[in-house]
Design a protein around this ligand. Structure first.
Ligand code: CA
Length: 486
């Protein structure tokens, strides 16, 4: 009977604790953020792809909230993760090409939660820098949870943040139970060209999604075993699109930037609930801080925007999670930087803004050819090109991968695969102008100069200045050690 009384009290007290950030809430949750790698948001059982076996993710979804309109502001691994961890859009933080790093001094949710008493760790895939921006303890590998268990049980007096960054289903697709998927029997999504090569690749991609699902199952068992499930907010994100042509990665189409998101938080988030509120990765750190009783509006993100504002670009969507609201953003934004990507030939910068229904894309160098190693070379594209010799519709679809107009406008409601460009249709001129104004304002706030910014991308790759002296010191120490050994 006593326990029955305590539970409703916790419900009442916790939101108050969030409002009065100075007073720590009675119970601060642990955070387990699980990140897939190159998983198109559509390719999960509970999202509607019933050919992909994801029993553990299906269960997680039934125990939490499915957020159907989360978006990443970038469409490759490294800038997506920087935005997800820092709460800052990519250009402002300096982390906009692939294999990038934030400006020195930028802070992340690892910094902020650590400062408020959390223990913080990241398991497996990193792809962020500089190290001082991301002060986590690194746990290598994704398949062995021995060190994970040690981390989550080591100190019961302090809550923890663990980011579990899987490598699955990032290509090459070599892992997972392939026997589950017969290429001949698969349904080919309408945005892919159906041939034997596509089928074979889709089967091994699906197997690797099931591998990811097994990792999720193991993590959930670990929380159960260590009796931390009820105290832990679990968030799963699909990261960004798959590496199939039109699978979305390296593009700002919805397949690339839309993110399947599930949040389980026992006692706080209603099991089996859904929200279609527009949210972005940059909103995740403020939300975690709010859930931990820290006021995210008082945070110094460590890196100013073009107006000198030092707060997050994102805001807390805690009210959406708690079922108090289903409206959040009016617009989401994304960018893609080609310079510095493996095998890129010419700059091909993209910018996009989307509301609930429409998306405007600007390709800032439409006179160039978009060509990178990932989608424009090798299979399945070579087989698509061969088939296109006798299929004009497919030929046009293949050509679109390389050449796009300066502007693209889509009605996502009637055209969810973004195949009918309305940018030149006068009926949509007002919608295009409204979205264009939002995009201009976002780029200005970010200090994004379009092509200029694209051309500076390489200066945002590699090691930071902060790391270089450390390397020099290490090299000097190694030299001394060698001398001594002689
Ligand atoms: Ca990725």
């Amino acid at each position: 009977m006593k326990a029955m009384l305590i539970v409703p009290m916790a419900w009442l007290l916790a939101p108050l604790a969030v409002l009065h950030a100075a007073e720590p809430p009675a119970l601060r949750p642990n955070f387990l953020l699980i990140i897939a790698d190159d998983l198109c948001w559509r390719d999960l059982g509970f999202v509607g792809n019933h050919e992909v076996h994801t029993p553990n993710l299906d269960r997680l979804r039934s125990e939490g909230m499915h957020m159907t309109a989360m978006f990443t502001p970038a469409t490759t691994c490294s800038p997506s993760r920087h935005a997800l961890y820092t709460g800052l859009y990519c250009v402002r933080a300096g982390a906009y090409p692939n294999h990038t790093r934030a400006y020195d001094g930028t802070k992340s949710m690892f910094t902020h939660l650590k400062e408020s008493g959390y223990r913080v760790a990241l398991q497996n895939k990193q792809h962020v820098g500089p190290p001082s921006t991301f002060p986590y303890e690194h746990i290598p590998g994704a398949d062995d949870l021995t060190k994970t268990k040690d981390f989550v049980t080591r100190d019961k007096t302090r809550p923890w943040l663990l980011v579990f960054a899987s490598n699955d289903p990032h290509g090459p697709w070599t892992r997972g139970p392939r026997d589950l998927y017969d290429p001949a029997k698969l349904t080919i999504p309408p945005y892919l060209h159906d041939n034997a090569v596509t089928r074979k690749q889709l089967a091994v991609y699906y197997a690797e999604i099931t591998k990811l699902d097994e990792q999720v199952g193991a993590l959930m068992r670990l929380l159960d075993e260590t009796q931390q499930a009820k105290d832990t907010l679990v968030m799963f994100v699909s990261e960004q699109g798959s590496s199939f042509p039109y699978g979305g990665k390296w593009s700002v189409y919805d397949n690339g930037i839309r993110v399947t998101t599930v949040i389980r938080w026992p006692g706080r988030v209603k099991p089996g609930s859904s929200s279609d509120a527009l949210v972005q990765y940059v909103d995740v750190p403020p939300t975690f801080l709010a859930a931990a009783g820290v006021d995210p509006t008082q945070i110094d993100a460590g890196c100013p925007d073009a107006n000198g504002n030092r707060g997050f670009d994102g805001r807390s969507f805690l009210d959406v999670l708690l079922g108090k609201s289903n409206r959040f953003r009016d617009y989401i934004f994304s960018q893609h930087t080609t310079v510095g990507i493996n095998g890129y030939q010419e700059p091909y910068p993209m910018r996009a803004v989307r509301d609930e229904r429409y998306k405007l894309i600007r390709n800032l160098a439409p006179q160039n050819t978009y060509s990178i190693a990932g989608i424009h070379k090798g299979e399945p594209l070579t087989s698509w090109q061969a088939d296109a010799a006798e299929d004009p519709k497919l030929a046009a679809r293949v050509d679109w991968l390389f050449h796009r107009p300066a502007e693209e406008l889509y009605d996502l409601e009637s055209d969810p695969y973004e195949m009918e460009n309305l940018a030149e249709d006068k009926k949509f001129a007002r919608i295009k102008a409204r979205l264009g104004k939002q995009l201009d304002a976002w780029m200005a706030q970010q200090g994004d100069e379009g092509m200029e910014t694209e051309l500076q991308a390489k200066s945002r790759q590699g090691k930071s200045d902060e790391e270089k002296p450390r390397n020099k010191r290490a090299a000097k120490a190694r030299g001394k050690a060698r001398e001594k050994a002689r």
